[in-house]
Design a protein around this ligand. Structure first.
Ligand code: AMP
Ligand code: ZN
Length: 269
């Protein structure tokens, strides 16, 4: 099945509607560019959001790529300036969090938590019904393995091309239309369509556990990565037992599994 057919099949599986108002989280990379490009091509109601992390040239290149893509396609783009809205650049936030937690929390984990928190808040404020991200099959297989290696497969209970088991009016459902597409196929598609994209990796992604798992998976053929996902999906009904109860964070009011959300837990410095 080619990439476009797989993309459409996934949208059908998650019952995405033309009435949905979708906010595409755009990083400047190939995955979110292809996600926006295809949702637009297939006639969905989308707008883009980019969190400008203020990380020097890398951030500027990402912003320019997204701006060009959105202008070319006529997609309305929202830009969230992390320095303006949170008071500091992502580099500063990260080093403050790390010195508080004595370096135990890796760069990507900090950035990921903060980005998710921002995306949910922005999407709700702008009244979107879905948030689309560019996560591909390689990302998802890495996540499953990380959860298995770290001994918390329950964390995968909400994973899938659409978030499951979370029903809360303040939580915006997240979709991943490239969930079943291999990273190499996304890369080739972005190149074939000549999409403006930054192919470089984030300069701060240096010490994450995910990178170790990614390297470990490098020699695994695509077919076997697909098998990992197929087998996980056979097992997953056993861990998806009940809806996850959401609280509201005592500090910021955002939906949270605990009393205080992960972002506030990190940021209480
Ligand atoms: P990553 O965690 O960097 O692999 O990114 C996963 C997905 O999160 C991307 O495909 C985007 O949809 C979204 N994303 C990452 N970084 C940003 C950003 N700076 N602004 C908006 N969305 C982002
Ligand atoms: Zn909070």
């Amino acid at each position: 099945m080619n990439l476009e057919m797989q993309f459409k099949k996934t949208l059908k599986e998650i019952r995405l509607s033309k009435k949905d108002k979708i906010l595409v989280a755009m990083s400047g990379g190939k995955d979110s560019a292809v996600t926006a490009y295809l949702l637009h091509k297939f006639g969905y109601d989308i707008e883009g959001v980019h969190i400008d992390l203020k990380m020097g040239k890398y951030s500027k290149d990402c912003y320019n790529a997204i701006k060009t893509l959105c202008e070319n396609l006529g997609i309305n783009l929202h830009v969230y300036d992390v320095k303006k809205e949170m008071g500091s650049s992502m580099c500063y936030i990260r080093s403050a969090v790390q010195s508080k937690h004595k370096g135990k929390i890796k760069n990507c984990a900090i950035c990921g938590v903060i980005k998710k928190w921002i995306l949910n808040k922005v999407a709700r404020k702008l009244r979107f019904s879905k948030i689309a991200t560019g996560h591909n099959l390689d990302d998802e297989v890495q996540t499953i393995l990380i959860n298995i290696f770290k001994g918390s497969i329950d964390l995968s209970a909400t994973s899938g091309p659409i978030t499951k088991n979370i029903k809360d009016k303040k939580f915006i459902t997240r979709i991943k239309p490239l969930f079943y597409v291999l990273e190499d196929d996304v890369r080739n598609y972005a190149k074939k369509k000549k999409l403006p994209v930054v192919f470089d990796k984030c300069p701060c992604a240096i010490d994450s556990y995910r990178i170790q798992v990614r390297n470990f998976l490098e020699k695994v053929p695509g077919k076997e990565k697909q098998n990992i996902m197929k087998n996980f999906e056979k097992l997953s009904p056993k861990i998806k037992k009940k809806n996850i109860e959401m609280n509201y964070c005592e500090v910021c009011g955002e939906p949270s599994r605990g009393k205080i959300c992960k972002k506030c837990e990190l940021m209480q410095i």
